[in-house]
Design a binder for this molecule. Structure first.
Ligand code: CA
Length: 232
């Protein structure tokens, strides 16, 4: 049984068990909530030694490398003894050597803090089912968004977006022409604790508009939200 089948929404297969290893309680709680909303069975532990004792062994571990009791890389190496376990390590910005070392210790992928829930869920799906059929990029007018590679092009030119800008755009491209409310975007593109304010969303939206540079493509509907509109 592959990961993608197990997380499918028809409900029959057992849920994928996710373990969050994170000593920051606020981050851990919001990740567990987000994973549960996405259909996973999730729990968190705050130390490396607790992570090694979780029984039954989870299907996927989200492992913060900065732990209070053990070197995160050592935890990664010890977890790796389980063959069926997927590991995504989480590092702070700029710790490139840690990321390389973690991949050397058997991690399947890594995420750099801060990251959004949508990005995490994309990574988990990719790690659990690397041979999943590739879904084609979402296209709208000159815009193409590839959720698998997390790339965006406008008229075949790649646009460098921040992870948040990408997730916000993905919400709009997924349903072009419909007004997507601010609440929906915050729910789907936010991480639940760092990203709750409307003002922050406006900052991401302004960055997105500037980088896409297609006037009128993202319409603001006052009091409601945003809509992706095909430019003439
Ligand atoms: Ca930490």
């Amino acid at each position: 049984v592959t990961g993608a089948e197990r997380v499918s929404e028809d409900g029959a297969p057992p849920p994928v068990r996710a373990l969050v290893v994170e000593d920051d309680t606020g981050i851990a709680q919001s990740l567990v909530r987000g994973l549960e909303r996405a259909g996973y069975t999730a729990q968190s532990v705050a130390t490396g030694s607790a992570a090694l004792e979780v029984d039954p062994v989870p299907d996927i571990v989200l492992l913060d490398l900065g732990l209070p009791d053990m070197d995160g890389l050592e935890v990664c190496r010890l977890l790796r003894r389980h063959d069926d376990l997927a590991i995504i390590v989480v590092t702070a910005r700029g710790e490139e050597c840690d990321r390389v070392a973690a991949l050397g210790q058997g991690a399947d992928d890594y995420l750099v803090k801060p990251f959004g829930l949508a990005e995490l869920l994309d990574r988990i799906r990719a790690v659990l089912n690397p041979t999943a059929p590739v879904s084609p990029p979402l296209r709208y007018g000159p815009l193409a968004l590839d959720a698998r590679t997390r790339t965006v092009t406008v008229a075949d030119e790649e646009i460098a977006l921040t992870p948040k800008e990408f997730d916000v755009l993905k919400c709009l491209v997924a349903d072009p022409g419909r007004v997507v409310t601010r609440e929906e975007i915050l729910e789907r593109a936010g991480d639940g604790h760092r990203y709750g304010s409307a003002a922050v969303l406006d900052v991401h939206m302004a960055g997105l508009r500037r980088k896409l540079n297609v006037p009128g493509m993202i319409e603001t509907i006052p009091g409601q939200g945003f809509r992706l509109t095909a430019p003439n």
